[in-house]
Structures are given as structure tokens and as C-alpha cells.
Write a protein that binds this ligand. Sequence first.
Ligand SMILES: [Zn+2]
Length: 211
Amino acid sequence: MSLVKTRVLLKANLHHFPENAFGSIASLVNPAVSRARDTLVIACSELGAAPDCISFGNHNRFLVLQHLAASIPSKSECEGDGRHSFRKIEKEFEKHDFRQLIVCGHLSCGVISHWLQPVPAGFVDVGGYRIRFEQGARRIVENNYSPGSATKRLELMIFEHVLCQIENLLTHPFLRERVRSGATSLHGWVIDADTARVYSYRPTESAYVII
Ligand SMILES: [Zn+2]
């Protein structure tokens, strides 16, 4: 799938993020001379090194963690499970002062496409990834949009899924506090791997815009 449009408009008021939670692209570009590891990227496991290819400034600034469909558990999902994937994010924050956190999905995501298929017989949802998707982006798209085609439906799921993961991030108190105090700024990205273009979420417009 390849888009030619420069912006993807979503429905307003489906997500409620703290004011100023999202950083500007300028805030990513400005410290380009910095050599500190100041940017955490949580990307889909399928994406390979793609986020590095579009990094600004020194590559050492970026630490990339790869999760299935860039999926992030909420605080309530992590209760009683010391091995959940959020623990890894917490540990990296203990080592590095991440000023920017980018959740990075991508068009043509095979994982999300797979989750839209009927559940295979005997399927076990290890890690709860599929149910997280079904209760997040899938529910939001099916309750609020009327996509005219399967392609458009998948596209909406991919863009909404990134925002659902940012909501999940913000359920974790230490991260919510970092965002509230301005220590960390968030970015929601969807990469078009065919064109290497990046769509970045702008909360004031409820839209993703090509950067
Ligand atoms: Zn993917």
C-alpha cells in the first residue's frame, strides 16, 4: 500500500492526551549536534532498521526497541507480570535520559493485517497482543469510522493503533509524570516504507501529516 496524500485526517475527540504531550518536529531536529542517547523509538518488529534511516543527526541518539506492531501494554495489563514488555522500556529510562519518545507504526503492517483475519483454531494470544489490538484500535475504528474499503480500514487501524499505544504508555505513572513535566515529549509516527516518508501525528489537527 502506498499513499500519495500528505495528511491523514482522523476523527477528533477519540483520544485524550495531556496538553503539550506531543513534541514538535523542530524539537527533534534542534539538538542534532547532541551525541547523547536522548530518543527512544518503539517500532514494529517488522520494520528492521527503517527508523534509523530517517533519524536526525547522530544515529547514536536513537535507541530502537522492537515490539509486535509497536504494541505497548497498559499499566493494568502489567500488574502481577514482572516480565511484561514495559519493564524493558522502564529499564532503558533508568539508563538514559530520553527527551523524546517515538511510537512508530508502518503502512502495510503484516501483524495488524493478520490480527484482522479470523482467529485461527487453537490460537493462544501469548502476551495479550491481539486482545490489546482488538480492544484498542479495532474497537475505535469499527465504532467510529465507515471505511469504504478493506485497504482504507487497515490504514485507519494502523494510524489509530499508534495513538492507542501512546495512551497505554501514559497509563504508567513515571512516564506520565515525565511527559507532564516536559522531561519527555511524545511523537506518533507511521512510516510508509515504500517511499520512506513519515506521517507524524498533530493532536491539534487530529491528523497525521507528512514530515
Ligand atoms: Zn508491522
